[in-house]
Design a protein around this ligand. Structure first.
Ligand SMILES: C[S@@+](CC[C@H](N)C(=O)[O-])C[C@H]1O[C@@H](n2cnc3c(N)ncnc32)[C@H](O)[C@@H]1O
Length: 202
């Protein structure tokens, strides 16, 4: 049987089980937030591609009860509830899901996060193109819903369209960085783009 690196029970997987996180991905957001202070008490946050819910758990604990989290995924998130939590089940590539997100924004967000990833094929170019498509949708949402000064965090699979994607971000945010958190598997070509300080619309 072929070895699947994504099923490997590595130290982050085991840590997530022990600490009650729904995914090992939680540690990526914890690390990125320690570095860039994206989420704070009282913030309203959009979490795109949120299932099974690790980032949502981290975000809810950082924004506390005075903040709120809107999570979107076409997979269900189980076992997370609360007055300050809204789950929208839907495909972010569909207009009706975008409409529901815009309604849930109830004004605007302090941070927009996207850990969305296409179903990977192992064909690097195909996976890259799929991830840039999702990252572009997330950026459109961020353009329309982020407060001035707000932050945007997005996952991409690296490839030839990365420079153009980063260029589009640099016109909208004060500071743009790329980073591979420690919890990213060594064999993965995922990376995260952190964009801080949304510029006021001109
Ligand atoms: C890496 S997982 C996210 C893990 C999550 N951040 C966590 O901490 O548990 C990527 C998610 O993106 C979702 N996704 C991919 N394409 C999507 C789309 N078009 N619309 C909504 N969700 C999507 C997948 O269903 C999957 O749950």
């Amino acid at each position: 049987m072929a070895h699947n690196p994504y099923k490997r029970k590595d130290s982050y997987y085991l840590k997530a089980k022990q600490e009650g996180y729904k995914s090992r991905a939680a540690y990526k957001l914890i690390e990125l937030n320690q570095k860039y202070k994206l989420l704070k008490k009282g913030y309203s946050v959009l979490d795109c591609g949120a299932a099974p819910g690790g980032w949502t758990q981290v975000a809810l604990s950082l924004v506390e009860t005075t903040g709120c989290v809107v999570a979107v995924d076409y997979e269900v998130i189980e076992g997370i509830s609360g007055d300050n939590f809204t789950f929208i089940q839907g495909d972010m590539l569909k207009a009706e899901t975008i409409t529901a997100v815009l309604q849930a924004a109830n004004g605007s967000f302090n941070a927009v996060l996207s850990d969305m990833a296409p179903k990977t094929t192992g064909i690097k170019l195909k996976d890259h193109v799929g991830s840039i498509e999702l990252a572009t949708v997330a950026l459109e949402i961020a353009k329309n819903t982020l407060k001035a000064g707000g932050s945007f965090l997005v996952k991409i699979f690296d490839g030839e369209d990365r420079p153009a994607y980063l260029k589009s971000l640099k016109t909208l945010f004060r500071e743009v960085r790329t980073i591979r958190p420690d919890a990213t598997r060594k064999e993965s070509y995922e990376m995260y783009v952190v964009a801080i300080g949304k510029l006021p619309q001109v």
